[in-house]
Design a protein around this ligand. Structure first.
Ligand code: SAM
Length: 287
C-alpha cells in the first residue's frame, strides 16, 4: 500500500478538522458567514481567476466537476467560460450546497452531495476536475487525487487549489492543530503518484500580502496535471480510512471540533494583520 509524506506527518500533528465528521460540523457553522465574511480575506475573485487559469477552461462545451464546491464561489469562475449545464458541483455539506443553489448563475449546474474520496462519476467521464479550498479537509488527499485522475478523460486536466504550509512557528502551530496545510512538494508528489503528467504548481495569494508566504495561505497554490491515458490511476491504495456515515463518539467530535475551530480563528486574524501592514509599510519595503 502506498503512503505519502503528508500522512507521515499525521501522528505528531493532530489536525482536528481534517476528518469528515468535524469538517461537516465546521461547515454547518461557518457556511452562515462563508461568502460574506470568512471567504473574502483569503479567496477573492482576482485570486480565483488566477488560480483557474492553468485549468484551461476556455471551451464552453467542456464537462467540468467542481469537487468540494461548497457555496459555488469557484464555480462562479468556471461558469464564466463553461456552459453551466455542463458543470457539476459536489460537496459533502448540505448547508454549503444550499447556498450554491441560491445563486442565479449556478441554477443550471447539477448540484450533488458526495465525498471527494469516492466520486459518484464513471471512470473517464469528465474533461476538467476542479477543487478549490477543499483538499485541506480530506483525511487522505492522495486518494482524492486518485479519484480526480480516475474520473478524467484522457487529455483531461485536474486543478486543485489549496493551502500551503507556513514557515513561521506560530502559524505552523495553529495550522497543525486545524487542518492539512500541504507543502508545495507534497502536492506535486501526490499528483505524480496518481499518474498525472506535466504537473505544475502556480503560487496564489491576496495582493495585500505582497508575496509573503511565511504565515501560511489558506489559498496558496493552484496545482494542475494532465491525464494522458484512459483508465484508473496506476496507484493502488487500500480501503478508505474514513466513512462519513460511520458512528463516532460525539464527545470526541465536539472536543476536536472546538480545538480545531479555535485554531482556525488565528487564520481569521492573519489577513487582517497583513492588510494593515500593507497599508502602513511603504511600497518597496519588505512586509
Ligand atoms: C473552503 S470550502 C471551499 C468551497 C468552494 N470550493 C470555494 O471555492 O469557495 C471547502 C469545502 O470542502 C467541502 N469538503 C470538505 N471535505 C470534503 C469531502 N471529503 N468531500 C466533499 N466535500 C468536502 C466542505 O464541505 C466545504 O464546502
Amino acid at each position: 500500500m502506498a503512503s505519502s509524506s503528508a500522512s507521515s506527518r499525521r501522528a505528531s500533528q493532530p489536525r482536528f478538522i481534517q476528518h469528515k465528521k468535524e469538517a461537516l460540523w465546521f461547515y454547518r457553522l461557518i457556511s452562515i458567514a462563508y461568502d460574506q465574511i470568512l471567504n473574502p480575506p483569503h479567496w477573492n475573485e482576482d485570486m480565483r481567476d488566477d488560480a483557474l487559469e492553468p485549468a484551461d477552461l476556455h471551451h464552453p462545451e467542456l464537462k467540468v466537476v467542481d469537487v468540494g464546491g461548497g457555496t459555488g464561489f469557484a464555480t462562479l469562475g468556471i461558469v464564466k467560460h463553461v456552459h453551466p449545464e455542463n458543470v457539476t458541483i459536489l460537496d459533502q455539506s448540505p448547508e454549503q450546497l444550499a447556498k450554491a443553489r441560491q445563486k442565479e448563475a449556478l441554477k443550471d449546474c447539477t448540484i450533488i452531495e458526495g465525498d471527494a474520496e469516492d466520486l459518484p462519476f464513471p471512470t473517464d467521464s469528465v474533461d476538467r476536475y476542479v477543487s478549490a479550498g477543499s483538499i485541506e479537509y480530506w483525511p487522505d488527499p492522495q486518494r482524492g487525487i486518485m479519484e480526480a485522475y480516475r474520473v478524467l478523460k484522457a487529455g483531461g486536466i485536474a486543478c486543485i487549489i489549496g493551502p500551503v504550509y507556513p514557515t513561521f512557528w506560530l502559524s505552523r502551530f495553529f495550522a497543525n492543530v486545524w487542518m492539512l496545510f500541504p507543502k508545495e512538494e507534497e502536492y506535486v508528489e501526490w499528483f505524480e503518484k496518481a499518474g498525472f503528467k506535466d504537473v505544475k504548481l502556480k503560487r496564489i495569494g491576496p495582493k495585500w500580502y505582497r508575496g509573503v508566504r511565511r504565515f501560511g495561505l489558506i489559498i496558496g497554490c493552484s496545482v494542475t496535471g494532465v491525464k494522458t491515458e484512459s483508465g484508473e490511476s496506476p496507484l493502488q491504495l487500500g480501503p478508505k480510512a474514513e466513512d462519513v456515515n460511520r458512528a463516532v463518539n460525539p464527545f470526541v467530535v465536539i472536543v476536536r471540533f472546538v480545538l480545531g475551530t479555535t485554531a482556525a480563528a488565528y487564520y481569521v486574524l492573519v489577513p487582517v494583520y497583513m492588510w494593515i501592514k500593507d497599508k502602513i509599510v511603504p511600497r518597496g519595503q519588505p512586509l
